[in-house]
Design a protein around this ligand. Structure first.
Ligand code: NAP
Length: 277
């Protein structure tokens, strides 16, 4: 297979109209004056395998994968990176010249890069991280926090069994705390991460009592609609450094864009504005 003269990439999901990825990659392609296109691809689960087979022949060099295909797609790729295996999901595909497909997961990378950019003094080794939520996104967050060197993760989730499963998978540096006790562990947190959907527009509020939060805790929220969630507002009033969730979405896209279009894009205010406009 020869390299396409106009590289194509896209995001595969169902539904896909809401995805911000086409806007983001389109912005970078224009900004850097690169040849290529990035398109939304609405693909039903039943068609996933055949679509993936056809894409390289149509000039696609790769794709992002979003809900509901992030786990299923692992069956259809030839190789999965270690970090994607650990997370148990793939969000980035690379169609290689030899016709094989590599599946990667850049969510944890995006999370840590966003944290480092938004809180430059953040140090993984500073102390325990409290993680709220044990859904799909939490796996990438826990994997990346442990990889970065966080000594201990205190994990709490409404449905305890989901948190227990993550503790089993990630080992002794993760401890599970009852959801009703969440407020009582905040004083131990060097880092606090909300990975639940609570606080998102249209979802219930996050009702964890936040009185125990102290000003040295770095607080980040995966929810980015609204950008300043009530958790981040409260934490900022406490004097905490806060990091919103939009940056994670932007940073997770960097490795794919670089691989497909040959230029490492910078995540800056202009990138944020391009997505929000
Ligand atoms: P998910 O798999 O559906 O998990 C949802 C989580 O929220 C679970 O821990 C769930 O607890 C908890 N939750 C939901 N309703 C609750 C309630 N009423 N009370 C207590 N806990 C509740 O979703 P996900 O994929 O992990 O995504 C979670 C959030 O992260 C979403 O808002 C998503 O948009 C955001 N996200 C952002 C980025 C980014 O780039 N910034 C990336 C990925 C995800 P149970 O287990 O008890 O149901």
């Amino acid at each position: 297979m020869t390299l396409p003269s106009i590289p194509l990439a896209g995001v595969i999901g169902d539904p896909i109209a809401h995805s911000k990825s086409p806007k983001l990659h389109g912005h970078w392609l224009r900004k850097y004056g690169l040849t290529g296109h990035y398109v939304p691809l609405e693909v039903e689960a039943a068609d996933l395998r055949s679509v993936l087979k056809a894409m390289p022949r149509m000039g696609f060099v790769g794709a992002n994968v979003t809900l509901p295909h992030k786990e299923r797609v692992m069956e259809y790729v030839d190789q999965v990176t270690d970090r994607a295996t650990l997370i148990g999901a793939v969000n980035t595909l690379i169609f290689r010249n030899d016709g094989t497909i590599l599946g990667d997961n850049t969510d944890g990378y995006g999370f840590i890069e966003n944290l480092r950019q938004g809180a430059p003094d953040w140090e993984a080794s500073a102390g325990p991280a409290v993680v709220l939520g044990a859904g799909g996104a939490a796996r990438a967050i826990i994997a990346s926090l442990l990889d970065a060197g966080v000594p201990e993760i205190l994990l709490t989730n409404r449905t305890r069994v989901r948190a227990e499963k993550l503790r089993e998978d990630f080992g002794a540096r993760v401890s599970v705390v009852e959801w009703v006790q969440a407020g009582n562990i905040l004083e131990k947190a060097a880092t606090l991460v909300n990975t639940t959907s609570l606080g998102m527009t249209g979802k219930p509020e996050l009702r964890v009592p936040l009185d125990g939060l102290h000003s040295q805790t770095v607080v980040t929220d995966l929810v980015y609609t609204p950008m300043r969630t009530p958790l981040l507002e409260f934490a900022a009033e406490r004097g905490c450094v806060t990091v919103d969730g939009l940056g994670m979405l932007l940073h997770q896209a960097v490795p794919g864009f670089e691989r497909w279009f040959g230029r490492r894009p910078v995540v800056d205010d202009e990138t944020r504005q391009a997505i929000l406009s």
